[in-house]
Design a protein around this ligand. Structure first.
Ligand code: 13P
Length: 254
């Protein structure tokens, strides 16, 4: 049985006060949720604290990791450090890192590999920009972004892993592809992985991310190849995020 996976990516948001309040509310609202995998991705500074107080059924996701394990890499954080403080998922290839930090597919593939080698679960973000969308290049771009991991590490790298389809033009804009369009891209991704290994493709969790809210979540998550949601802005509000989790849980309970 594949449970939906809902992750709240807090990005660069928070303060001591805000984190305490968000965690208290999430614990109250979500502690008894079953049949749904839930995680939050706080800024690195708060991970240790969140990990210690969060309800057992809410897992911890890191927003980033470095490719090195130790040494003279000022400002970086290693996968061992993340694992030691209870991180289970790590986001890699987010468009904000691709854009603002110039991370390319090759570098992202190295990050992916280090996450896998420490038995943590990578959330590989892929997706097209607005121009690519308008010129019908969405699937081609997704395929290219997946190829760097497939070529370097083989399809086994997608065992116990997550792909998040996040069209760049939908992130933080309030604009979303239609549920039918998202389903079509997700099916394409699964079919592409299936050309390498049918079983891995079947089990693969494919999340959607980009302007998810409590109004659009139900129709999107109801589609067969949409296994989860990577939620940005809406995850900063405990009531909204909890609603999205409950919608997803109910939608996949058949
Ligand atoms: P928004 O939900 O704010 O559009 O962000 C999506 C995202 O980038 C999640 O990683």
């Amino acid at each position: 049985m594949k449970y939906p996976l809902i992750i709240g990516n807090w990005k660069l948001n928070g303060s001591n006060l805000m984190v305490n309040s968000l965690i208290n509310q999430l614990n109250q609202k979500l502690f008894n949720i079953k049949n749904c995998h839930i995680a939050v991705a706080p800024p690195i500074l708060y991970i240790d604290r969140v990990s210690k107080v969060i309800s057992d059924n809410i897992k911890i996701c890191a927003q980033n990791v470095d490719i090195s394990l130790c040494g003279a890499y000022t400002g970086d954080v290693s996968i061992e450090m993340l694992k030691e403080i209870g991180v289970q998922y790590v986001i890699v290839g987010h468009s904000e890192r691709r854009n603002y930090h110039k991370e390319d597919d090759n570098y992202i593939s190295k990050k992916y590999s280090i996450i896998k080698s420490f038995d943590l679960i990578p959330i590989l973000c892929i997706g097209e920009n607005e121009t690519q969308n308008k010129t019908g290049k969405t699937k081609e771009i997704c395929k290219l972004q997946l190829a760097s991991v497939l070529d370097n590490q083989g399809v086994q790298a997608f065992e116990n892993a997550v792909i998040a389809y996040e069209p760049i033009w939908a992130i933080g804009t309030g604009r979303c592809p239609t549920p039918v369009q998202i389903q079509s891209v997700h099916k394409f991704i699964r079919d592409y992985i299936a050309t390498y290994d049918m079983n891995i493709a079947k089990k693969l969790i494919i999340q959607y991310g980009g302007s998810i809210n409590e109004k659009n979540a139900a129709e999107i998550i109801s589609k067969p190849d949409i296994d989860g949601l990577l939620v940005g802005n809406s995850s900063l509000n405990a009531s909204v995020f909890s609603k999205i989790v409950k919608i997803a849980q109910a939608s996949k309970l058949i």
